[in-house]
Design a protein around this ligand. Structure first.
Ligand SMILES: *Cc1c(COP(=O)(O)O)cnc(C)c1O
Length: 244
């Protein structure tokens, strides 16, 4: 089942990219709430990159699956007091949105390892309930990351508001692409625009996403967890991810 979901999703990604005349984006499999066995099954089908929302939940999966050498991305909000754990657990942190976090991740990233890949999260629809920096704050934040040798600035990430009107979502993806192009013009190592989830990724690909984050379409529907109650703010709660 998982192998088939993966091949169908990869096929849809390819179709969306070729329809738009764009390169095929990378697929990040979002494995929050899924057991390590499900991650292992998808890895056996060829998937290498996985996204998690919670540091503690990710830590146990990374430990269980260490011999698979998977690539782990943090895509949930990161509290500063968890930065030390996150800095060496993950290969990528996609949710950097404030200077304090930049300093903490740089401080704790193990010098024996390569630099931590960083995406700056943008609150593109200016929603009060969401994390992410404002577009006006991007330049200063990018400069802060670029100044840290233990961090590597790779690009931007966004979770647009879940408008039922797809034209509004498309507009948010388009504004993200413009911000991304501006950043890439300043920093040659910037190569990643992470946007698009199960219910809107073809639209994100059409507007220039280079990485899509997909959970439900690969693993099936998630069970709601206590910690996903809106307002607790450690993962994707209140982030408009379309969780039931
Ligand atoms: C849960 C989540 C996803 C995946 O959402 P699906 O709708 O299951 O594809 C993507 N990005 C973030 C930040 C998430 O929290």
């Amino acid at each position: 089942m998982l192998a088939r979901n993966l091949s169908e999703t990869l096929q849809r990604l390819e179709n969306a990219a070729s329809n738009a005349g764009r390169p095929v984006p990378r697929l990040l499999a979002v494995s929050k709430t899924q057991p390590a066995e499900a991650v292992a099954a998808l890895a056996a089908a060829g998937q290498r990159a996985f996204g998690e929302n919670y540091v503690q939940e990710a830590a146990s999966k990374v430990r269980d699956l260490v011999e698979l050498s998977l690539e782990w991305h943090l895509i949930g909000h990161l509290q500063s007091n968890k930065a030390e754990a996150a800095a060496n657990l993950f290969d990528w942190v996609q949710t950097v949105d404030r200077p304090k976090l930049v300093a903490a991740l740089a401080r704790y990233r193990d010098a024996q390892r390569g630099p931590l890949n960083v995406l700056l999260q943008v609150n593109i629809d200016d929603e009060a309930s969401k994390h992410g920096c404002r577009p006006e704050q991007l330049d200063a934040l990018a400069a802060a990351v670029a100044a840290e040798p233990r961090l590597l600035l790779r690009g931007l990430m966004a979770i647009p508001a879940p408008h039922a009107d797809l034209a509004l979502r498309r507009d948010a993806f388009r504004r993200m692409k413009a911000l991304y192009d501006g950043l890439a013009a300043c920093y040659p190592q910037v190569d990643t625009l992470s946007m698009g989830m199960s219910d809107d990724y073809p639209l994100a690909v059409a507007e220039g996403a280079t990485m899509v984050r997909i959970g439900t379409a690969l693993f099936g529907a998630r069970k709601r967890r206590e910690s996903e109650e809106p307002g607790l703010g450690t993962g994707d709660s209140g982030q408009g991810t379309g969780d039931p």
